[in-house]
Design a protein around this ligand. Structure first.
Ligand code: FAD
Ligand code: AMP
Length: 472
């Protein structure tokens, strides 16, 4: 077939979800994806499944287990001896998790009748798309009634610092080190820098993270950021704020990172360096400008609130349009666009996108922070509950962190929920649902939470908004 109702470019969490939803809605759908795995085989799932969310979580979970067994079983009365790290097996496990999931998407495509075209897409104009194979030869030209651009993002580089994936790496290479670096430098204390730093610290590296901003996690609530900074420092994850990296010199195996702090020039010697300074939209060679599709000043595809570009039948979703560069945001946009194309009225509620940083304890939040409410002049009430006072957290030996709930001072509407604590990534879903349903803090306070659970900390924080917490 060379004509489809919907052609999706990119098979990451934005693109593959859009393709499946479009097919479910009865639209003939193709998904073109250029990803090839380390063995040179086409693989669906984009950055998220291949070199992002999934492999990073596999390594975070393995390294967390390693650290727990090595350091924390004694408190539970369990003595362990002869613990050792088998890094190649840990990496093989991670690769297997990735392979199982990417192959799963191929299965889902088959089941839903989505045509998977492995190759690189380029827009030719007049709703035609060329697909080239790995040699650059044109394999086919297909025509679409609607096009969804979901080409994602690639790691951003720093001027003058060449990422060779030897000593100087991006996040992709940092998920596949063959040995634990003795001293590891990381540029950037965002989610990716903190997660990779946590993995390698737990496995034995001495980790130093250099961050240009003087504030830690500026997007998070300040109280949560403060608690996380304190705990991560206690874990020996050295995060140096206000340090702008200006260059790197490599002399054989001697790697030195030059940075500026307080007007002074400093340098840091490390065995390996990860550059984790953000990601940029992936639009190279896609033919967007040639087809008259508008990009913004930073190169993201410009879209309206329904993810429609300036060309009526061309949509864009996920990392390539900017906003929160998160897999679940991309997938939500994918579903919404497929439904819009099929004639349904759907939109994404950007006010309820959860943010998570998978350190341990984890950082998770949804909605507004205390500082953003103050800036907007919104009057609010706050309730805080520490995990130290949670029975379940005590039983688990996980008493670090807190839950903070912010409600509107007049209407009591839930405005933001912020967690630093064990399983925060799971706990935050309750807050997302509550906010989606327009709940008040009292609604959360009145809902029965099972005992003993970590979720009771949410309940108590909601009670605390009205100064009626019980267990503190
Ligand atoms: P992508 O996943 O980037 O997929 C785009 C796809 O399009 C790729 O397969 C690419 O090969 C293909 N493509 C590009 N150009 C073309 C072309 N011309 N023709 C054909 N195909 C093309 N997010 C979370 O929500 N949670 C996490 O825990 C998380 N962890 C992360 C950890 C790391 C280390 C990294 C790097 C990212 C992480 N992210 C996480 C971010 C997440 O991976 C992205 O937000 C998500 O992958 C974006 O999805 P997407 O569909 O927009 O694009
Ligand atoms: P994120 O955008 O959340 O992935 O985080 C990337 C982080 O890298 C941000 O906190 C930036 O402030 C930081 N960063 C960017 N450039 C530099 C630099 N030259 N030196 C140190 N940190 C940087």
């Amino acid at each position: 077939m060379d004509r489809y109702d919907v052609v999706v470019i990119g098979g990451g969490p934005g693109g593959y979800v859009a393709a499946i939803r479009a097919a479910q809605l009865g639209l003939t759908t193709a998904c073109i994806d250029a990803w090839v795995d380390a063995a040179g085989k086409p693989a669906l799932g984009g950055v998220c499944l291949n070199v992002g969310c999934i492999p990073s979580k596999a390594l975070l979970d393995s390294s967390h287990l390693y650290e727990t067994i090595g350091r924390h079983t004694k408190d539970h009365g369990i003595a362990v001896s002869g613990l050792s790290l088998d890094l190649p097996s840990m990496m093989l496990r991670k690769d297997k998790v990735v392979r199982t999931l990417t192959q799963g998407i191929a299965g889902l495509f088959k089941k839903n009748n989505v045509a998977w075209l492995a190759g690189r897409a380029r827009l030719l104009g007049d709703m035609r798309v060329s697909v080239t194979d790995r040699t650059g030869a044109e394999a086919s030209v297909i025509t679409a009634s609607h096009i969804i651009i979901a080409t994602g993002s690639v790691p951003a580089a720093l001027p003058g610092i060449e990422i060779d994936n030897g000593l100087i790496c991006d996040s992709t290479a940092a998920l596949a080190f063959s040995e634990v670096p003795r001293r590891l430098g990381i540029i950037g204390a965002g989610a990716i820098g903190l997660e990779l730093g946590s993995v390698w610290r737990r496995l034995g590296s001495e980790v130093v993270i250099l961050e240009a901003l003087s504030e830690f996690l500026p997007g998070a609530d300040f109280e949560i950021a403060q608690a996380a900074a304190k705990e991560l420092a206690r874990q020996d994850l050295a995060i140096r704020l206000g340090c702008t990296v200006t260059g790197v010199t490599v002399n054989g195996t001697d790697l030195r990172v030059a940075y500026q702090k307080d007007q002074g020039q400093h340098d840091l010697a490390v065995a390996r360096l990860i550059v984790a300074v953000g990601r940029r939209p992936n639009t190279e060679g896609l033919g967007l400008v040639e087809c008259g599709i508008n990009l913004d000043g930073r190169g993201f595809v410009e879209v309206d609130d329904r993810c429609r570009t300036n060309l009526r039948d061309v949509f864009a979703i996920g990392d390539v349009i900017g906003g929160p560069m998160l897999a679940h945001k991309a997938s939500e946009e994918g579903m919404a666009v497929a439904e819009t194309i099929a004639g349904h009225a759907t939109e994404v509620n950007y006010a309820c996108v959860p943010w998570i940083i998978y350190t341990w304890p984890e950082v998770a939040w949804v909605g507004q922070t205390e500082q953003s409410l103050k800036t907007n002049g919104t009057r609010f009430r706050r309730g805080v509950f520490p995990f130290l006072a949670s029975g379940r957290a005590r039983a688990m030996g996980e008493t670090g962190g807190l839950v903070k709930i912010l409600g509107d001072a007049e209407s009591d509407a839930l405005l933001g929920v912020h967690i630093f604590g064990p399983n925060a990534s799971e706990l935050i879903s309750e807050a997302v649902i509550a906010m989606e349903f327009g709940a008040s803090t009292e609604d959360l306070a009145r809902a029965i939470h099972a005992h003993p659970t970590l979720a009771e900390a949410m309940h108590e924080a909601a009670l605390a908004v009205d100064n009626r917490t019980i267990n503190l």
